[in-house]
Write a protein that binds this ligand. Sequence first.
Ligand SMILES: Nc1ncnc2c1ncn2[C@@H]1O[C@H](COP(=O)(O)OP(=O)(O)O)[C@@H](O)[C@H]1O
Ligand SMILES: O=C(O)[C@@H](O)C(=O)COP(=O)(O)O
Length: 412
Amino acid sequence: MATLGVIADDLTGATDIAIALTSAGHRTAVVLGEGVPIGDAAADADAVVVALKSRTAPVGEAVAASLEALERLRGAGCERFYVKYCSTFDSTPEGNIGPVCEAVLEALEERVTVIAPAFPANGRTVYRGHLFVGDDPLDESPMRHHPLTPMTDSSLSRLLEPQVSRGADDIALVPWPVVSRGAGAVREAVARAREDGARFVVVDAVSDEDLRVLAAATGDLRLLTGGSALAQGLPGPHPTGHRETVLPGGPRVVLSGSASRATQGQVRHALAAGSGLHLAPAALRADFEGSVAGAVDAALRAGTAPFVVYATAAPDHVVDTGDAPLLEEALAEIAVRLVRSGVRALLVAGGETSGAVVGRLGVGPLAVGTEVDPGVAWMLGRAGDGGDLHLMLKSGNFGREDLFVRAWEGVA
Ligand SMILES: Nc1ncnc2c1ncn2[C@@H]1O[C@H](COP(=O)(O)OP(=O)(O)O)[C@@H](O)[C@H]1O
Ligand SMILES: O=C(O)[C@@H](O)C(=O)COP(=O)(O)O
């Protein structure tokens, strides 16, 4: 029976935290979508992650979906909860991180939680309440130009303030000098912040060790919130739940809808090692069926070098976000046809893109397999026909440059 329930605001975020929990010794199931019964997925899992597509939804919808997920997790027996958002705090002045955390906290009748997006292995650290991406403050990183959630400040308190109902009074900071003194000091600081009336306590973390301290200090909180790395400090009952992935033979297809800088490098690298096809919105509008059929045909004939179907041509490519649904629909349709043709492993790049592809594939709960880069692993689910389907769902900014080539090696 699962005891830990996670509400994740997108699909790649859900697999990211499932990897962390699995490494920490939790048998973890990822349940996909809103309203999908948790059912058997919880029976032999210690943790259940509900993957929503709520990051950029209207605030009311995101809150409603998160509360509905909370009720499902409580119904499945979960007693402790975790709201997983992006390690780059992807949100707008309206939300959705603040409103979702506040609604879940209130539904649980709890008085305080922590705000911990840091993911040091991927370069996301928090110091003096400011979020860094590698060497840059968040607002000087490529996230400044994100089409949907441009991050124009690095102060987590300032970002959160307009998102929570009581504003600045609701937010406190536990700075790194306190974290460096260990779990006791952090526990006391969080308790003090709570007595002073704050419900959301931003906690600095520049290393995995800081996050382990934070996890140890917050064992009495029923709700944690953050990126995935804090979850590495939550010990589960098993040494490790990872099931090593053995990929079937067949084409090595990458479906990339991600416009992120890391993905751009990975696409270029994979094109140099294999081949691929650019999916242009104009071509899809002119002949959707022909474009999709051509991509499927070329992918099936590509042999065992990676074949990349990609939406964005270059890092400085100007993206018209109005074309996103068309591209998502095309990539999802290509995925469905490939699986129907017998393809049993697919690598999908991009959070929104992964949500669209997996939604159309109708895949059931996902289990964590081999981790290939921090936060990126092969997942195992069941295709619509009942057969195994291996999926790697990659966050836009995760993974080294050779990921689209390396992902298939050593596990085939
Ligand atoms: N050339 C393009 N024109 C318009 N939209 C695009 C283009 N390339 C990608 N997109 C869209 O941008 C979005 C990227 O989001 P996502 O898949 O979450 O990637 P990431 O994880 O990198 O943010 C998707 O909806 C995708 O369809
Ligand atoms: O925490 C993270 O950075 C990831 O788990 C994540 O949520 C990334 O989102 P996308 O870049 O939109 O895939």
